[in-house]
Design a binder for this molecule. Structure first.
Ligand code: F6P
Length: 329
């Protein structure tokens, strides 16, 4: 039996996501409850390379559950992708005698975790990204809050769109993934949803817009995933031009970073605490190079290389996916 781990570290990396603080809370409290010392690493891998490391106690994470952003801070660190950068990070982990690390973040952060695992550091990943684009977990931390933030905005835009008999294009985040566009468009009753895999058929879309207004709709809302655009073609602008060509006034709203912040929903808080707990238990068991995920409401562990290789499928009940077109009439 391997020697029980005595000290672990926790960091948040990449884009912040609501519920990251709940995950930090889960990690810190589970570690302390199991007699493991826990160190918070500030500003992600960048802070690890700079030794921004501090011991945390149970009271340090009081009230964390309800906080958006990440109290540990986060960063996207190009330096950590270099051999030199990884060496610096490992030196600090050794200096603080940190034997295991919990990495809370998206796919880029998980790849970084794997680099450390391959050099002998025990690492467990927690999926956190509003994009919900990480394979082998039904949900990543933050995606539910972002969905609800978008819905709040969409409902407000609907008021104005209806009042003015207008079309609106709402561009939402999601990186290359269409989860936020598909779920918010479905839940918000959008008349058109464009995800990265949507084949743009101009005639069909113009017919859809014209017939919506002929059917006495007072507004037409298109939700477009940012990832549907290419460097050559901004899809939101294209849809705006179609709505205008169909004869209606149109405005575009790019929601941007408001989607990343705010109080986490209950679901993201529960996920954060549960993932934080599970990650520490895995380190205590001596496991490494894995990500904890929510698969069918169970916590499952998947090797990080498999997580990074596989494509995330958008999880909506099949019944909903089958009837989206019927709902848009
Ligand atoms: O991955 C989260 C995300 O918000 C994406 O939806 C978006 O494309 C990207 O990060 C924006 O990154 P940044 O905050 O670095 O501009």
């Amino acid at each position: 039996m391997s020697k029980k781990i005595k000290k672990i570290g926790v960091l948040t990396s990449g884009g912040d996501a609501p519920g990251m603080n709940a995950a930090i809370r889960g990690v810190v409290r589970t570690a302390i409850s199991n007699d493991v010392d826990v160190y918070g690493i500030h500003w992600g891998y960048q802070g690890l390379m700079e030794g921004k490391i501090e011991q945390m106690n149970a009271r340090d994470v009081s009230g964390f559950g309800s906080l958006g952003g990440t109290k540990l801070g986060s960063a996207r660190s190009p330096e950590f992708k270099t051999e030199e950068g990884i060496k610096k990070a490992i030196e600090y982990l050794k200096a603080f005698e940190i034997e295991g690390l919990v990495v809370i973040g998206g796919d880029g952060s998980l790849r970084g975790a794997m680099d450390l695992h391959n050099r002998g550091i025990k690492v467990v990943g927690i999926p956190a990204s509003i994009d919900n684009d990480i394979a082998h977990t039904d949900f990543s931390i933050g995606s539910d809050t972002a969905l609800n933030t978008i819905l709040d905005a969409l409902d407000k835009i609907r008021d104005t769109a209806s009042a003015h008999y207008r079309g609106f294009v709402l561009e939402v985040m999601g990186n290359k993934n269409g989860y936020l566009a598909l779920t918010s468009g479905t839940a918000g009753g959008a008349e058109l949803i464009i995800v990265p895999s949507t084949k743009i058929d101009k005639d069909k879309i113009i017919h859809q817009i014209k017939s919506a207004f002929l059917r006495k709709k007072s507004s037409f809302i298109a939700v477009c995933a940012e990832g549907a655009s290419t460097p050559e073609q901004n899809i939101s602008d294209l849809i705006v031009s179609y709505i205008k060509e169909a004869g209606f006034e149109c405005r575009k709203t790019v929601l941007g970073h408001v989607q990343r912040g705010g109080k986490p929903t209950g679901r993201d808080r529960i996920l954060g605490n549960a993932f934080g707990h599970a990650a520490v238990i895995q380190l205590i068991k001596g496991n490494s190079g894995i990500m904890v995920g929510d698969v069918g409401n169970n916590i499952e562990c998947t090797p990080i290389p498999k997580v990074c290789e596989d494509t995330k499928n958008i999880k909506l009940p099949k019944e909903v996916l089958d009837v989206i077109d019927d709902l848009m009439i």
